[in-house]
Write a protein that binds this ligand. Structure first.
Ligand code: G6P
Length: 479
């Protein structure tokens, strides 16, 4: 059993990534930049308020760094070698679990070497967290890359309260059961006291998996664990905690003069189109980017949207480029964009503005403000924070959100125009409807959307999760 650190932290976050990307300057000193991504955005305000530590990977291979402080948070880098990145991150996390948990949209690959690396790296994260947490501290583990950490950490430090939040969908038993290491993953998660999911449906899928793959008893959201003699040792709760964004901060950012002016400038630079459609995604096959562009292309072909006064801006930020399915998707999307622009473009006007880049928050806010119609057409998505950002940016109560039913956000954002992205005709109708939405109807919908997004922000999310976790009775060290 490792020693409990003398000056440990009362709140320790464990996530695959640190909230910054680290690189070394010529003198070997770490320099960092805030990294993009939903999880980072979600937790930044939580960590700013707490005296906490964040255990994670710095984003580059073989970084051997001592812990360092940023904005009052202790950052604790976990080293990943080239092989760890290939086998644990690109392999098991993003080529096995990611497609498996997203409705097998792409086929998951099962390799024993990847699994071995996943176990090894999860152990390393658990040890790093154990070395930071004070006696009786709360440790909050995040996401599918680290599903074994709760159990591994509990074995090292039975005094801790352990929470786990799953940011992506949890699949139905029939899909999860394909995983050769399904039992070990379930046992890994059950090391937590509280397991949070985005939707009630995800939590229900997990509880059903527990019932079918273990001998444990479940009652509603509560799973009961026993020792070898059948005596109850503890309870695990599995429940929904839909994540959100820092809605106020985003709303305020979008109200600044700079962003307002930039939004107008964007429209001007695009030739003042009558209708500006917008898609903003990591370039990921779960996001339904091809389906969306196909529907748009057909609307131009049918003449229901005019190529001369319509523009689709598609921001597709580079992601996981070493994973084959992502490289293939990039080719497919770029072929499709090229075809549409070739067929319907004019000198000085391309109906699709495709940007394979990442942009700062200010530019994103300006794009949201400039867009008449926001297209979020994911085939499967745990939550989708882009949808919430769009709403938070629209203090003018204008704009329309076309939202896939298969996002976690669809459970909450009932003012959106909901679509099934597999139904191209249905999506074409929804886009046309959104593009011609009566301003009164648009205002009504946007007000409803904003009530939800501004009324339930990321702070409420983390407070709710931590309140339930903190209510778990504290145990002695010698259980
Ligand atoms: C999703 C996952 C996060 C992940 C992010 C970016 O939002 O839920 O855990 O960090 O995508 O992906 P990446 O592979 O670049 O970390």
């Amino acid at each position: 059993m490792p020693a409990v650190p003398q000056d440990g932290y009362d709140l320790v976050v464990v996530a695959n990534r640190l909230p910054v990307d680290v690189s070394l300057d010529e003198k070997g000193k770490p320099t960092w930049t805030r990294s993009p991504g939903g999880l980072v955005t979600a937790l930044a305000p939580v960590m700013a308020q707490a005296d906490g530590a964040w255990v994670g990977w710095g984003g580059a291979p073989d970084l051997e760094l001592e812990p360092f402080e940023v904005d009052g948070t202790q950052l604790v880098p976990v080293t990943l070698s080239d092989a760890d990145i290939e086998l644990y991150y690109e392999g098991f996390s993003n080529d096995t679990l990611w497609p498996l948990y997203h409705d097998v949209i792409a086929p998951p690959a099962f390799h024993r070497q990847w699994w071995d690396a996943y176990r090894r790296v999860n152990q390393r994260f658990a040890e790093a967290a154990a070395a930071q947490a004070a006696q009786g501290a709360t440790v909050w583990v995040h996401d599918y890359q680290l599903q074994l950490v709760p159990q591994l950490l509990r074995a090292l430090r039975p005094d801790l309260r352990i929470g786990y939040f799953h940011h992506i969908p949890f699949p139905p038993l029939e899909i999860f059961a394909q995983l050769p290491w399904r039992k070990a993953v379930v046992e890994g998660l059950l090391g937590a006291d509280l397991i949070g999911f985005q939707r009630g449906g995800d939590a229900a899928n997990f509880v059903r998996v527990v019932r079918r793959l273990t001998d444990l008893t479940t009652r509603g959201q509560v799973i009961t664990l026993n020792d070898a003699h059948g005596r109850v040792t503890r309870h695990v709760r599995a429940a929904a905690f839909p994540i959100s964004i820092d809605s106020r901060a985003f709303d305020e950012l979008a109200r600044t003069d700079e962003v307002q002016l930039r939004a107008k400038e964007i429209r001007r630079e695009l030739g003042d189109p009558k209708t500006l459609l917008l898609g903003v995604d990591r370039l990921d096959y779960t996001k339904g980017i091809r389906h969306r562009i196909k529907a748009y292309g057909e609307l131009l072909e049918d003449g229901r949207l005019s190529p001369s006064d319509t523009t689709l801006v598609q921001v597709a930020s580079p992601s996981r480029e070493n994973v084959g399915a992502y490289a293939q998707l990039r080719d497919e999307v770029e072929l499709l964009v090229g075809r549409i622009n070739g067929d319907y473009g004019q000198v000085g006007h391309a109906p699709v503005q495709y940007l394979h880049q990442s942009f700062p928050m200010e530019e994103m806010a300006a794009l949201y403000l400039a867009a008449d119609v926001m297209l979020v057409t994911a085939l499967r998505d745990g939550m989708n924070l882009v949808a919430k950002e769009y709403v938070a940016a629209r203090s003018d109560d204008r704009g329309a959100l076309v939202l896939s039913e298969f996002t976690g956000a669809a459970d909450e954002l009932t003012g959106a125009i909901l679509v099934n992205p597999h139904d191209i005709d249905g999506m074409k109708d929804a886009i046309t409807y959104a593009a011609h939405l009566d301003p009164r109807e648009a205002r009504k919908r946007m007000r409803r959307l904003r009530r939800r997004v501004l009324g339930h922000d990321v702070n409420a999310w983390s407070q709710e999760f931590l309140a339930v976790l903190t209510a778990v009775p504290q145990r002695s060290t010698h259980v």
